[in-house]
Design a protein around this ligand. Structure first.
Ligand code: CUA
Length: 193
């Protein structure tokens, strides 16, 4: 005997109360979820507002190439008279300038970079170097490369059709070799390897 062929039982006297109770239960659950989501939004909003970024530095994209810190002749690696190593770079669709960056091993290196067109970013090999480059903002961080060697430096923010072909190289020189090249203060470029 097939039970689906039986006529449906007529609604009993208590069935309306049962369905109203079920509806109400669902309404309470949905209301609780909405309240929870609103509380999460309020909490994350207040949390962000109470911990703004430690520093925000802006730069004008329109004049980036013609004046100021990020003109092409100022990009690359320099060592200041105070012995501080500074790398300046620009990301654009679809390359980094410069294409190859020289840094010393065992010394703090400060990177300053920005982007001209879209959001880019980079990581350097297996080091802790990892940052986004956003048009109009200067990204700054300092790191120390533990040993000499060569790393790939790919763009790691999707920036368009050429994204996967966008990368540079980082040459980490032994400290003494770097210092002998850096004396004089001019910009350093990669040595063929
Ligand atoms: Cu530049 Cu992805």
């Amino acid at each position: 005997m097939n039970s689906t062929l039986l006529p449906a039982a007529p609604p009993g006297p208590g069935s309306e109360a049962v369905s109203i109770a079920a509806e109400r239960r669902w309404a309470y659950i949905v209301m609780a979820i909405i309240v929870l989501l609103i509380l999460m939004m309020v909490f994350t909003g207040l949390h962000w507002a109470s911990m703004p970024p430690s520093r925000v530095e802006t730069v004008d994209i329109k004049t980036l190439h013609v004046k100021g810190e990020f003109v092409e002749s100022n990009l690359g690696t320099t060592m200041g008279p105070d012995g501080k190593v500074m790398v300046r770079l620009i990301a654009q669709q679809y390359s980094f300038v410069p294409q190859c960056i020289v840094v010393p091993a065992g010394m703090p290196v400060t990177f300053r970079g920005t982007a001209t067109d879209a959001i880019h970013g980079f990581i350097v090999g297996r080091t802790n170097v990892n940052t986004m480059l956003i048009p109009g903002f200067v990204a700054t961080f300092t790191t120390t490369f533990s040993r000499a060697g060569e790393h790939l430096m790919p763009c790691h923010e999707y920036c368009g059709t050429g994204h996967e072909a966008m990368w540079a190289r980082v040459q980490v020189l032994p400290t003494a070799e770097f210092l002998s090249k850096a004396r004089g203060g001019e910009r350093l470029s990669c040595v063929p390897s």
